[in-house]
Write a protein that binds this ligand. Structure first.
Ligand code: MG
Length: 379
């Protein structure tokens, strides 16, 4: 019986041939019998993986050459959705914490992957924190559901694929000559993100400017301390062709941030100050905009809500990422057609990607037509 159901399902939906779950019509337009699931639950699995970074990555607070990730999958009725948790050490998650969290989940109790809200509310409530681990479940579930619908999420959400922005490429903190050589490697990008806040801001910008005239954005990673000095820098950075400043002060320093936002000639974007959707209310009026990342906000479900809400509050939006494989980056890219800026270069900073998906062509994000989050496993 189960086998017969499964065959009917595959015939009706022609998953392999590329039709969708709801395009199950005969040539005459007659609706084929709706697929009846076998009643089996969602089969969830995960495995630790370590990303090798092509350059030592240095920001205001630390330096590293690898990133721990967790690769996940959810299988249902023979269809597999892929997910990923990226866990840079400063966020407090690790292979150990993710293993503990993911092992505690019981997804077999859910028999219908389309109940995204119910399933992901359960995942979020199991224990606090663990945002990247939660995102790895969220992404896998979205990939699965998109595959069952045979549509990528940007289409399910109603976004226009051609409206994707250019992605910035990140130049980490370094000495002047190293910055020059890194910038020379990034000539195909139409916008660069420069990490500053380490005491050599001018040297960083001037070094980049010896190579290129493309617009820049800067990420201070909470590195500035003084509001007047910050405002002077904001004016100087505007003259240097910078388009926004990300997280200038400590994430708890609302007073200086609100003052800077009020006086700055450039938009001030929140990164560390915005984790979950509840933070949006706190930072509205303090920052000009937000950097939304799947690993901070538990995945695509909440990121979609955050971006839409920020837009309705007339805040600027930036879709960002960690160092990740093409899995999580392609998931984030599904939202990129509606953001002001994108910083989705995480898969370009690693040497051992296991997926292919979203591409960057002459600096611009090009979404794949593949269903779900738009990825396939590399051979
Ligand atoms: Mg940042």
């Amino acid at each position: 019986m189960i086998k017969a159901n499964r065959r009917t399902f595959l015939e009706a939906t022609s998953l392999v041939a590329g039709a969708g779950l709801f395009s199950s019509f005969t040539k005459e337009g007659k609706l084929l019998p709706r697929y009846q699931p076998s009643g089996k639950g969602l089969k969830f699995s995960f495995k630790p993986y370590e990303l090798q970074l092509t350059h030592t990555f240095t920001i205001a607070s630390n330096s590293r050459t690898t990133t721990a990730v967790m690769l996940t999958q959810i299988e249902w009725e023979g269809v597999i959705g892929y997910g990923e948790a990226s866990m840079p050490p400063y966020l407090g998650e690790s292979h150990q914490t993710a293993t503990k969290f993911l092992s505690s989940l019981d997804l077999l109790q859910f028999k219908d992957p389309f109940r995204l809200e119910e399933i992901l509310e359960y995942v979020d409530a199991v224990m606090p924190g663990n945002c990247a681990a939660k995102a790895s479940v969220d992404i896998a579930l979205h990939d699965l559901v998109g595959k069952l619908l045979n549509q990528p999420w940007h289409r399910i959400w109603g976004y226009s694929a051609e409206k994707t922005p250019s992605t910035s490429y990140t130049i980490g903190m370094a000495k002047g000559d190293e910055v020059v050589s890194k910038t020379k490697e990034a000539t195909s990008f139409k916008i660069l993100k420069v990490k500053i806040g380490g005491g050599n801001d001018e040297e960083m910008i001037k070094s980049v400017r010896t190579v290129t005239n493309v617009p820049l954005c800067v990420d201070v990673n909470q590195g500035w301390k003084d509001r007047q000095e910050a405002l002077d820098k904001a004016h100087w950075l505007k003259e240097q062709g910078v388009v926004f400043i990300e997280q200038p002060f400590d994430k708890h320093n609302f007073d200086d941030t609100a003052w800077l936002t009020q006086h700055s000639p450039l938009p001030i974007m929140a990164d560390e100050a915005l984790q979950r959707i509840g933070d949006l209310e706190k930072i509205h009026g303090v920052y000009s905009g937000i950097n939304c990342k799947l690993m901070k906000c538990t995945g695509m479900r909440e990121a979609h809500k955050i971006i839409e809400m920020a837009r309705s509050l007339k805040m600027k939006t930036l879709m960002g990422c960690m160092t990740e494989t093409s899995c999580a980056v392609s998931a984030a890219a599904q939202l990129s057609p509606i953001v002001d800026w994108a910083d989705l270069d995480g898969n370009l900073l690693i040497s051992n990607d296991v997926f292919e998906g979203m591409k960057v062509v002459e600096g611009k994000i090009v979404l794949s037509n593949l269903p779900g989050i738009g990825i396939r496993k590399k051979d």
